[in-house]
Design a protein around this ligand. Structure first.
Ligand code: DP6
Length: 326
């Protein structure tokens, strides 16, 4: 019987090319704009969920460390979403391993919440399509919506729980892009994405314009992905990231996720482009820069970075697969 109450899943993290930044509904985590991401092979979370009738609350262990129960709000939501639908036990023991290279300084909530949703679906023997599962992952963290699928993914903002979901995007079979992460600071960020986007939405006079511009960029980015137009994907992703970060600087009080080394990497990228080596930057709610590039330029980009950074600050990731549930 106990095996019936158990589920496992592995989900990969993703980096947005058109960012999600702002909530229309903070309870359901409905975003103000659609977003598009790339799932990465290198970073993932493996999670097991085991429902136990003797538990009075959920227990979460991440990388062998038990987490304080007051940190489980979003985890509890996902467990409850599924356990409300059955007569079985209501609480589970959750064991999660984050395979994010030490000091990568990358967010794991996308892969973590996607894996949790998949493992809980399996444990409760709920039958959902992957599209429906992406909506449930969203209840844990917005970016998790996109981690259900591999490669390029579009998250439709929607207007209620069911209409806010992700779907995979087609790209040419031989089209490959890489993300080279430059790790500038591996400490937890001072302003979480959740708080950062909320401060921005409330106080930046540019927020509305950000939302409109991001929504308008979706069709063009989808087109660029469909045709494997690397230059277009890179240019649009870099523009979109800078537009997002402009909203933090224009917030009140103003803030930025950039650090001096963030700008240093942006300058290296501009110089590389000037020298004819195509690469583009994207940056999330932290100082680390992800460089979008293709295989043929990877070595030269790394060499330029090695003048200023150490080898262990550079991590290369490729396009990654969708969720595995078992
Ligand atoms: C900058 O998904 O971490 O990475 O929904 O509040 O959990 P919550 O936020 P989260 O925000 C991610 C913001 C981002 C852009 C993106 O991934 O699209």
């Amino acid at each position: 019987m106990s095996e019936l109450l158990t589920g496992h899943a592995k989900a990969h993290t993703n980096i947005a090319l058109i960012k999600y930044w702002g909530k229309a509904d903070s309870n359901l985590i409905l975003p103000t704009n659609d977003s598009i991401s790339l799932t990465l092979d290198e970073f993932y979370t493996e999670t097991s969920v085991k429902f136990r009738s003797d538990l009075k609350q959920n227990i979460l262990t991440i990388n062998q460390k038990q987490q304080p129960t007051d940190k489980l709000k979003r985890v509890n939501r996902i467990i409850k979403h599924f356990s409300d639908m059955w007569d079985g036990p209501k609480f589970a023991e959750i064991t999660s391993d984050n395979h994010v290279p030490n000091s990568a300084g990358l967010a794991s909530s996308a892969s973590a919440m996607a894996a949790l949703a998949g493992a809980t679906m399996k444990a409760t023997q709920t039958q959902l399509s992957l599209k429906e599962l992406s909506s449930v992952a969203r209840l844990g963290s917005g970016s998790a919506t996109r981690s259900i699928f591999g490669n390029f993914v579009h998250w439709h903002r929607g207007h209620d729980h069911d209409s806010s979901y992700a779907e995979p995007l087609e790209s040419p079979a031989d089209f490959k892009i890489n993300m080279l992460t430059v790790v500038i600071n591996d400490q937890p960020k001072r302003i979480s994405s959740t708080n950062g986007m909320s401060n921005t939405a409330q106080t930046s006079p540019f927020f509305k314009e950000w939302t409109n511009t991001a929504n308008q960029a979706i069709d063009e980015m989808k087109q660029a992905i469909r045709f494997g137009n690397f230059s277009k994907i890179g240019e649009m992703a870099e523009n979109n990231a800078m537009q997002m970060h402009a909203t933090t600087l224009s917030s009140n009080p103003p803030f930025t996720y950039f650090e001096p080394d963030t700008l240093k990497v942006l300058q290296i990228i501009q110089q590389l482009r000037h020298d004819g080596i195509e690469c583009y930057a994207t940056i999330d709610a932290g100082p680390n820069v992800k460089i979008i590039c293709q295989n043929n330029n990877l070595k030269q980009i790394k060499n330029s970075l090695l003048d200023e950074f150490n080898e262990n600050q550079l991590i290369v990731a490729h396009m990654g697969p969708g969720i595995k549930i078992y």
